[in-house]
Design a protein around this ligand. Structure first.
Ligand SMILES: Cc1cc2nc3c(=O)[nH]c(=O)nc-3n(C[C@H](O)[C@H](O)[C@H](O)COP(=O)(O)O)c2cc1C
Length: 347
């Protein structure tokens, strides 16, 4: 694919995600079905609440990650810069969008070189797992890590998105063995994420068993890629078919619970439709180690030349998390993760 096509696809994605309704009509992340039992006398000092945590042996000031989103276009240069500066300032982790564009079109590599803005953060590089069937292997993944100076590589599973894209790569056969080989050959941990339709417990268990270091469920309830591709497709048939998948996917909360049931102690990121610190608190209480936020950060990341408004948004999310912890008397992340104060209010 030439650079113009890749860049145009990525620009269209950004434009659609920022300006169209790209969520499902009914399906939600499911977190609204859970409620914390309020503690009127929390017996802690609000100013002592500590939301710091560790993930993959790296210290984070807050249990949040910017989900993998962009790179490879003109606007990605400053979006990634803003996201990186904000992540560095607040001590969040951050994922880059698929770095494939940088290998195929070195002229856009700069949009992925954000380490200089965020020297201390936990940084994830990103590649579609399906690319392992389309000429990508250990060498290319090592190049991706070198170029981005990332701490880990995330492989994304986006089978339905590929089907809806006119230029999609749809051969998902034999990926377990390719992922396994990659996990043992790379010096950095390899994680696997979805892009908004969710990962269930059995799949997570199988992925952990072949050496995958962490899973990001990227469940349903937020950005829906069938919706995004619906706006892009020139083909009437595909647009109609995409509409039929509006309610597809496993809600984020169901993914967290299912993965935790199957794999109680493995590294787990919750994401998919999470916008507030309260939803973050619920995800952690249900078993996640880290909470990923994608589309809802894009507006502030793309609308200003400085990261200030984005940093304010990150602070607000952290504050909401702290207030939720105060409301149930949890003074730190381990006690939030161990709380029994969360209950399903209706199935
Ligand atoms: C503009 C945009 C581009 C994205 N590109 C990627 C990508 O390159 N790789 C990836 O793993 N996920 C990508 N995603 C998916 C997100 O990482 C996330 O899983 C998904 O948007 C669900 O989270 P949300 O509901 O908080 O947006 C992208 C999302 C957005 C909004």
């Amino acid at each position: 694919m030439d650079n113009h096509e890749t860049e145009q696809r990525k620009s269209e994605h950004l434009d659609i995600v920022l300006h169209q309704k790209v969520t499902s009509h009914q399906i939600t992340n499911g977190l609204e079905r859970y409620r914390f039992r309020h503690e009127a006398l929390p017996e802690i000092n609000f100013s002592h609440i500590d939301i710091g945590t560790k993930f993959l042996n790296k210290t984070l000031l807050a249990p949040f990650a910017v989900s993998s989103m962009t790179g490879g276009t003109d606007s990605a240069l400053y979006i990634n810069q803003n996201l990186a500066l904000a992540a560095q300032e607040r001590g969040w982790a951050m994922g880059l969008g698929s770095v494939r564009a940088a290998l195929e079109h070195p002229e856009v590599a700069e949009t992925f070189r954000i380490r200089k803005y965020a020297p201390d953060i936990l940084l994830f590089a990103n590649l579609g797992a399906v690319q392992l069937n389309y000429g990508y292997g250990v060498d290319e993944c090592k190049q991706i890590i070198d170029l981005t100076e990332a701490d880990a590589l995330i492989l994304h599973l986006n089978s339905l998105q590929e089907v809806f894209q006119p230029e999609g790569n749809t051969n998902f056969q034999h990926l377990f063995s390719r992922i396994e080989a990659l996990c043992s050959a790379l010096d950095v941990p390899v994680g696997v994420k979805e892009v908004g339709w969710g990962i269930h417990g059995e799949l997570a268990t199988r992925l952990y068993s072949i050496g995958v270091a962490f899973i990001d469920v990227a469940g349903a309830g937020g950005t829906s890629w069938s919706q995004v591709e619906k706006y892009r497709s020139p083909d009437n048939q595909i647009r109609h078919a995409a509409e039929a998948f509006t309610e597809w996917g496993i809600p984020t909360s169901d993914c967290i619970i299912d993965v935790r049931k199957h794999a109680p102690h493995q590294h787990l990121i919750a994401s998919g439709g999470i916008n507030t610190g309260v939803e973050g608190a619920k995800s952690l209480a249900l078993g996640a180690d880290l909470v990923g936020i994608g589309r809802s950060l894009l507006h502030n990341a793309s609308s200003a030349s400085t990261p200030d408004t984005l940093i304010s948004q990150l602070k607000r999310i952290e504050w909401e998390l702290k207030v939720a912890m105060f409301g149930i008397g949890c003074k730190d992340i381990p006690s939030l993760k161990g709380t029994n104060r969360i209950a399903l209010i209706h199935p």
